[in-house]
Design a protein around this ligand. Structure first.
Ligand code: NDP
Length: 325
């Protein structure tokens, strides 16, 4: 039997329930994985609260790393004992052991330990597709990253700086601003100092930035549009402060023929070849020291509710892990 988290209704962190289940034997095309570390992501909050509706009851969690304990028929490229990680549906990563489709699982190189993998897979694959595919950042471009000391934000800043961009970050506190600077930001704006767009233009030059990576959502949306140079791209990839409200397409024209996109990791890794290419770029960046797994919070798996409270209260920086007992 294995400990698994289930949600039967949407709500606060208290709706995370722990049950003992038998993960069972893997069916065709599946593997069973014993988790060594589970990644906490803001999307887990959206699933819990119902912002992203799920059929209930449901498991929760999309990211973990561990070891294969059984393989199903037809799985030829993975074996029992292999060290693997994933950042994918089906939900259910908050568990000691679980079944996963083998084609969603990535083998880990010897150089990447389970904790780093669980901290980096979902957030790092996201940083990769945002910087290389959604808007391919070029040397000399100006980039605005919101929540720059957060899980995805920190990696975006490190990687974009490495690509030769000038990165401007936003952060919710002085301590977070220091982390964002360490991640490579040329300037860090604390939202509390007011008018973010004016400050961005002061830092980036009057024209504004070429791209905004905005995972904060409702609270930063207008400032993000107001910070962009003509023909710039607004990448709205999350809603930590609430969903972005509906807006008129003419808003984009009025600010200089801006582009707007709302991308999802799911679509960028739907093809296994894309998943493996993203993971390979991520592991290379880790080996080269371009990126590091910044694990600032660790909780026992069963204390996932405490981890959710901290994430929602903006008390975390970098990545948070849940560790099975
Ligand atoms: P973070 O570690 O970045 O945590 C969220 C951060 O958002 C907080 O630390 C806080 O930083 C900032 N924030 C601003 N306003 C609020 C608010 N009202 N409530 C809570 N947080 C707020 O989380 P993740 O790295 O897990 O995710 C970052 C974003 O990326 C999320 O929106 C997530 O959904 C999105 N995402 C999207 C993906 C996609 O495929 N589209 C994939 C992965 C993540 P500060 O205090 O500095 O403002």
């Amino acid at each position: 039997m294995t400990l698994t988290c289930e949600i039967r209704r949407n709500g606060g962190p208290d709706v995370l329930e722990w049950i003992e289940t038998d993960p069972g034997d893997p069916g065709p095309g599946e593997v069973r994985i014993r988790h060594h570390a589970v990644g906490l992501n803001y999307i887990d909050v959206y699933h819990r609260t119902g912002l992203y509706p799920l059929p209930l009851p449901s498991g929760i969690g999309l990211e973990a790393a561990g070891e294969i304990t059984a393989i199903g028929d037809g799985v030829s490229d993975l074996a029992v004992g292999d060290r693997v990680a994933y950042a994918s549906a089906p939900l259910g990563a908050y568990a000691e052991e679980r079944l996963m489709p083998a084609d969603r699982v990535v083998p880990l190189p010897d150089t990447v330990d389970a904790r780093s993998a669980a901290a980096l897979m979902l957030k790092g694959l996201t940083a990769h597709f945002l910087l290389f595919r959604t808007f391919a950042v070029q040397p000399g471009q100006r980039v605005l990253v919101h929540a720059a000391a957060g899980g995805v934000g920190y990696l975006l800043c490190r990687w974009a700086t490495h690509l030769g961009a000038t990165v401007i970050g936003t952060a919710g506190s002085r301590d977070k601003a220091a982390i964002a600077r360490e991640a490579g930001c040329a300037e860090v704006i604390q939202y509390r100092d007011g008018n973010v767009a004016t400050q961005v233009r002061r830092a980036a030059g009057k024209r504004g930035v070429d791209v905004v990576y905005d995972g904060v959502g409702a609270a930063t949306f207008q400032d993000s549009l107001d910070s962009l140079a003509p023909l710039g791209m607004m990448v709205s990839f999350g809603n930590a402060s609430g969903a972005v409200p509906a807006f008129e397409p003419s808003e984009l024209a009025r600010r200089g023929s801006l582009f707007f996109t709302r991308p999802s990791l799911l679509d960028y890794t739907r093809e296994r070849s894309d998943l493996l290419a993203g993971a390979s770029a991520l592991f290379e960046a880790l080996s080269a020291g371009t990126l590091s797994a910044r694990i600032d919070q660790e909780y026992p798996l069963k204390q996932a509710a405490r981890a959710h409270r901290a994430l929602e209260a903006r008390k975390t920086t970098g990545a948070s892990l849940l560790i099975p007992g």
